[in-house]
Design a protein around this ligand. Structure first.
Ligand code: GRF
Length: 190
């Protein structure tokens, strides 16, 4: 079976990446993670290295300006000819070069029920607002901040004594299988 090539972008611990890689071990998996890119020396890169998947750090500080970084990121992603690009905890906004090169083929996972609490602190903002239910969203990426079409969501109850860390951990536990489900669905349909 031909597997659909997927590039994953990360900034953090890479637990969502690890879930994607674990699911890709199944013989009938519809996708293959062909490369992992990060904007910093992210701990999650170890998952790629352990799986023997090419990985690369493209750090903003190594480029003269944001536009040069945007161009390099787009070039690095498209070099792997992905049919789907997955932002799995990638903490930078994408610039026009990548958005245009992979238009309609980029998805993101976010730890809140969008359109509530977009941005870098979705878990913290939801807690501060006092919501009783939060969760995660997998969305299409457009030029806005977490404004793309919603592909799937899962709810998570907020507990009385939750901290940002404890709530985020429970969200991640449902976020990982949800991301795998969406990536599998999108790559099966292609
Ligand atoms: C995820 O909850 C993601 O939604 C958010 O950051 C977290 C990344 O976790 N943007 P990990 O790096 O996949 O463990």
């Amino acid at each position: 079976m031909t597997r659909i090539p997927v590039v994953v972008l990360i900034s953090g611990t890479g637990s969502n990446l690890a879930a994607l890689l674990e699911a890709a071990r199944a013989e009938d998996c519809s996708y293959e993670v062909v490369a992992v890119l990060a904007d910093r020396e992210a701990a999650g890169l170890d998952h790629a290295r352990a799986a023997g998947i090419p990985s690369q750090v493209i750090a903003l500080g190594d480029y003269p300006d944001r536009a040069a970084w945007d161009r390099e990121l787009a070039a690095a992603v498209t070099a792997h000819e992905p049919q789907l690009v997955v932002l799995a905890g990638f903490m930078k906004l994408l610039g026009a070069p990548l958005l245009e090169a992979c238009a309609g083929r980029i998805i993101n996972t976010h730890p809140a029920l969008l359109p509530s609490f977009p941005g870098a602190h979705g878990v913290r903002d939801a807690l501060a607002h006092g919501v009783k239910v939060s969760g995660c969203s997998v969305i299409e990426v457009d030029a806005g901040v977490d404004t793309g079409r919603i592909l799937a969501q899962r709810a998570v109850d907020v507990l009385e004594d939750d901290t940002e860390e404890s709530l985020h951990e429970r969200i991640k536990a449902v976020e990982q299988p949800l991301l795998v489900e969406v990536v599998s669905r999108l790559t099966s349909a292609r």
